[in-house]
Design a protein around this ligand. Structure first.
Ligand code: ADP
Length: 451
């Protein structure tokens, strides 16, 4: 096992990793930007180093500053968390060339699946169903029109290097297709430095279901059930749960085995996620693979009892997994609400500022992953996630009841948060029934406007 690791991240995930490291007996080094000086990850790490100014490009994305911090503190490994440098193959390569272990998969793995089009082709070759669409990057208007005609409208244009719900456009006819194609290319170039786009059939009212993978370097690859992340706003997840209300044990096994096959085909050794879209007939299609720990990993931890971050660190240190597929059992149900500093009443506008009053919920079945405390100043420089509220019950109904109760105890003032939004969502009869799709949120927000 490592004796000391550096955490190249901030906020709740940096704290989460420090906790896992401490329980493993591993010392931790926090890095922070000037505005994060008073953050809890700085306080709870064994050592902390300032790496630059508030803008991410000057700090959490500043590779030379992070590598210098790693050298000064003499760490053996770097955990990238999620976001920032977590899926940057260049960063993983630099770590390797400095003899520092990158806690994640190989740079080749990251590069391969980071290109969504390349990942589609690879997964199709090994037998995973993919959403009907282009077989290569599309370069011309004519090709776009031809592919759209073949798969039928509506279609979605995606940036090959896209991520975080960005760089996607839905088109319903030839006219919007041509103009969207041009803007999508320009946007992809501007946002991701890569103008490659491709086209897929747009699945109507799909479910987003993803499989958690855990693999070691000795070829043992396990699946840890699924997460349903269909509650999204503008393609960004707001609530996740495990198990999915629509996945039965037969489908879980089928998706799980395919996900394992996908990970094995690229000799994957770390935690990872294979995302699928399910249509209304429960046909499923591979969508993409994520090579990092995900924001929503706690719901899987709650239902499997496995600490994913500790396992991720162990396999990076070259340890063998001590688990078999038969050891993985899904116990009860878990839900995670993302509490963002956003004003739900005002089109989810960011609401940064100082927290004057804070009451974190507790009691049976409640877990809160957060870096906030009374007096903490939420900075406008980073994403707006301030806490993840996670509940675990014997079944979905109980997890919902616990969540409703926990949300009612959660007080953050005077900043605005998504708590009132989640309260409303958790009471919606269709959500309670589990009858949702990625369009659900848009529909209930519309209902609200019409009230
Ligand atoms: P990102 O990497 O930016 O998160 P994804 O490829 O994971 O992008 O897609 C994000 C979301 O976009 C999905 O969860 C789904 O809601 C929607 N989406 C993507 N592709 C399709 C599709 N072919 N049909 C319908 N919805 C889609």
């Amino acid at each position: 096992m490592f004796s000391k690791i550096l955490i190249a991240n901030r906020g709740e995930i940096a704290l989460r990793i420090i906790r896992a490291a401490r329980e493993l007996g591993v010392r931790s080094v926090a890095v922070y930007s000037e505005v994060d000086r008073n953050s809890l990850h700085v306080r709870f790490a064994d050592e902390a180093i300032c790496i630059g100014q508030a803008q991410s490009s000057n700090s959490y994305l500043n590779i030379p500053a992070i590598m210098s911090a790693a050298e000064i503190t003499d760490v053996e490994a770097i955990h990238p968390g999620y976001g920032f440098l977590a899926e940057n193959p260049h960063f993983a390569e630099i770590c390797e060339s400095c003899q520092i272990k990158f806690i994640g998969p190989t740079p080749e793995n990251i590069r391969l699946v980071g290109d969504k089009m390349a990942a589609r082709t690879t997964m199709q070759k090994i037998g995973l169903p993919i959403v009907p669409g282009s077989t290569a990057v599309i370069k011309t208007k004519e090709e776009t029109l031809k592919t759209a005609k073949k798969v039928g409208y509506p279609v979605i244009i995606k940036a090959a290097a896209g991520g975080g719900g960005k760089g996607m456009r839905i088109c319903h006819n030839d006219i919007t297709l041509v103009s969207s194609f041009m803007t999508a290319q320009a946007e992809a170039e501007a946002s991701f430095g890569n103008a490659n786009v491709y086209l897929e059939k747009y699945i109507e009212k799909p479910r987003h279901v993803e499989i958690q993978i855990l693999a070691d370097k000795f070829g043992r690859t396990l699946y840890l059930g699924e997460r349903d992340c269909s509650i999204q706003r503008r393609h960004q997840k707001l609530l996740e749960e495990s198990p999915s209300p629509i996945v039965d044990s037969k489908l879980r096994k089928r998706l799980g085995e395919l996900a394992v096959k996908a990970a094995r085909s690229v000799n994957y050794a770390s935690v990872g996620t294979i995302e699928f879209l399910l249509d209304q007939e429960n046909n499923f299609y591979f969508m993409e693979m994520n090579t990092r720990i995900q924001v929503e990993h706690p719901v899987t931890e709650m239902v499997t009892g496995i600490d994913l971050i500790k396992e991720q660190i162990r396999v990076a240190a070259g340890e063998k997994l001590h688990l078999n597929q038969d050891d993985i059992h899904i116990q009860g149900a878990s839900i995670e609400c993302r509490i963002n500093a956003e004003d739900f009443e005002n089109d989810f506008m960011p609401s940064p500022g100082k927290i004057e009053t804070l009451n974190l919920p507790g009691g049976p079945g409640v877990r809160v992953d957060t870096h906030i405390y009374p007096g903490y100043e939420i900075s406008p420089y980073y994403d707006s996630l301030v806490a993840k509220l996670i509940t675990h019950g014997r079944n979905r109904q109980e997890a919902i009841k616990i969540m409703q109760r926990a949300l009612s105890e959660f007080i953050i003032a005077p900043i605005k948060t998504t708590i009132p939004f989640h309260q409303r969502l958790l009471e919606h009869p269709l959500f309670i029934k589990g009858n949702i799709s990625t369009h659900f949120l848009q529909e209930i927000l519309k209902e609200r406007e019409e009230e």
